[in-house]
Design a protein around this ligand. Structure first.
Ligand code: HEC
Length: 315
């Protein structure tokens, strides 16, 4: 590794950036990693507040009932209802698929964790390139047990009724946030009633945040990473800790995200064994942006061993 570092140090800065931003250069033997096939589905405007109020299982969710206890295997049908406008979608996009089945594998080595998502390109093009630079974006979010809504619903707890493009947003621009950051929450969301900075800082210090990693894939399959944490809003780092690579080959997308397990950064998890992390995934295709995406329910992750959906084992 030392020799490798020295060798690239002699290359130009551009070449260095190319090499370092390509986790595919790291040797994960993905063939031996057990993956999960997860259907990411179109959620329409089904916000956290809707789930907790107008949804027929609202009471169960309010008392800790997890989405997957009822909805596992229903994702394809659910996505179809929303994408066609039958439920919670005021502006359906004609022909858009309701869901995308994605294979997800998570592995580790001595220093890093790797998340790989693969799926078949849907071939769907609406022609409206809202995010013209990025045909595809993938994201993962990660929380520890402090974020209760995350153990129930993965990233869903950060999706509020007054976020941009949602039913109660009017024209407001609001990104993802957690209820804990607001002084009060109603059926329409928490608005801009954000707690004082000192309170937010102590929430983050206590682990009350969702770490997010996002790979924005460009047309030439190079990747721009957005990474940071969600509490009062999406707080994006200027110097991402995550690296990513993407490839479209024979109609199959493959995007890998990776970062060091051990980090000492505000709003990031120092990923350790004997901990369970609640994770969720999102995928934008067709140059879409904002809420026009596919999402998963909540899954769990542990390192080395555990009774979790994903166990990242050393490679
Ligand atoms: C106790 C079982 C149960 C749990 C737990 C549950 N749901 Fe549901 N959900 C239902 C039922 C039944 C419906 C259909 C009737 C309705 O729309 O209220 C439904 C409908 C939905 C719909 C509308 C699409 C459709 O198929 O009708 C969405 C979106 C949804 N649920 C999301 C969630 C999320 C997110 C969670 C977890 C935070 C969750 N649900 C937890 C039972 C449940």
């Amino acid at each position: 590794m030392k020799r490798f570092r020295r060798a690239i140090a002699t290359l130009g800065a551009v070449a260095c950036a190319l090499i370092l931003s390509s986790p595919s250069a790291w040797a994960v033997s993905w063939g031996s990693v057990k993956g999960l096939d997860i259907v990411l589905f179109y959620p329409g405007q089904a916000s956290w507040e809707w789930v907790l109020s107008d949804h027929s299982a609202a009471k169960t969710v309010r008392t800790g009932g997890k989405c997957r206890e009822c909805h596992d295997t229903e994702e394809t049908d659910m996505g179809k209802k929303m994408v066609t406008g039958k439920k919670m979608e005021p502006a359906p996009i004609v022909g858009k698929p309701g869901s995308i089945p994605v294979n997800i594998k998570i592995a580790r080595d001595a220093a890093r964790i790797y998340v790989r998502m693969t799926w078949k390109d849907t071939g769907f093009h609406s022609g409206t390139k809202k995010d013209a630079d990025h045909p595809v974006k993938v994201a993962m979010m990660m929380a520890n047990k402090q974020v209760k809504e995350s153990s129930i619903a993965g990233c869903w707890g950060a999706c509020h009724d007054d976020a941009s493009g949602m039913a109660s947003a009017a024209d407001a621009k609001r990104s993802l946030y957690l209820g804990a950051s607001r002084t009060a929450i109603t059926r329409r969301g928490g608005g801009d009633n954000v707690k004082p900075d000192a309170e937010l800082a102590s929430l983050v210090a206590g682990g009350n945040f969702l770490e997010f990693w996002q790979a924005e894939v460009k047309g030439d399959q190079s990747v721009n990473v957005k990474e940071g944490y969600i509490l009062d809003k999406r707080n994006t780092s200027k110097t991402p800790l995550v690296e990513a690579s993407a490839e479209l080959k024979s109609g199959q997308w493959s995007v890998t995200l990776s970062r060091k397990l051990k980090v000492d950064e505000i709003g990031r998890h120092n990923i350790q064994p004997d901990q369970t992390y609640n994770i969720g995934f999102a995928l934008h295709d067709d140059y879409a942006e904002g809420r026009i995406h596919y999402v998963s329910f909540g899954y769990t992750l542990a390192l080395n061993q555990g009774d979790t959906d994903f166990v990242a084992v050393k490679q």
